[in-house]
Design a protein around this ligand. Structure first.
Ligand SMILES: [Zn+2]
Length: 142
């Protein structure tokens, strides 16, 4: 049986690596998570001026070598590199999901929030909100 891989865009913060990996492998049929990290990843990907070439080249390896078709994008509480409130983080996560989805139409792209108790919440999937916040509803055209 082949192992199933996912890819995760995460912060470098050591506190959020294992909670995210454990959550993904528990909630999806995924064995291993290829981790792509930058400080404040959600804020970078949400920033139009950020050039994603480096992270996309790493994503390409994960997709080509490991057949990953689930991509997770993480923002977290008390982030040293992206020092914004929770609401802004979640907005960044949504923007980042939508942006990465444009590059990877065949992949499911899922946004995760890690709270102060290191619990993982799913906040955004494939551009479709799973929160009650309907004002944030936005659909990705594919
Ligand atoms: Zn961080």
């Amino acid at each position: 049986m082949n192992s199933k891989f996912a890819t995760c865009f995460n912060c470098i913060d050591g506190r959020v690596q294992l909670p995210v990996i454990n959550w993904i492998t528990k909630n999806y049929e995924i064995d291993y998570v290829d981790m792509i990290t930058e400080p404040g990843m959600d804020g970078l990907l949400a920033n139009k001026r950020y050039d994603p070439t480096s992270v996309l080249s790493r994503l390409t390896i994960s997709i080509n070598k490991h057949d990953s078709n689930h991509i997770f994008i993480v923002g977290h509480f008390d982030c040293g590199a992206n020092q914004v409130d929770e609401e802004t983080h979640k907005r960044h996560i949504k923007k980042a999901v939508d942006r990465i989805k444009n590059y990877t139409l065949s992949c499911k792209v899922i946004g995760l929030w890690v709270n102060e108790f290191l619990q993982v919440e799913k906040v955004w999937e494939n551009g479709e909100s799973i929160n009650e916040d309907s004002s944030a509803l936005k659909y990705v055209k594919s």
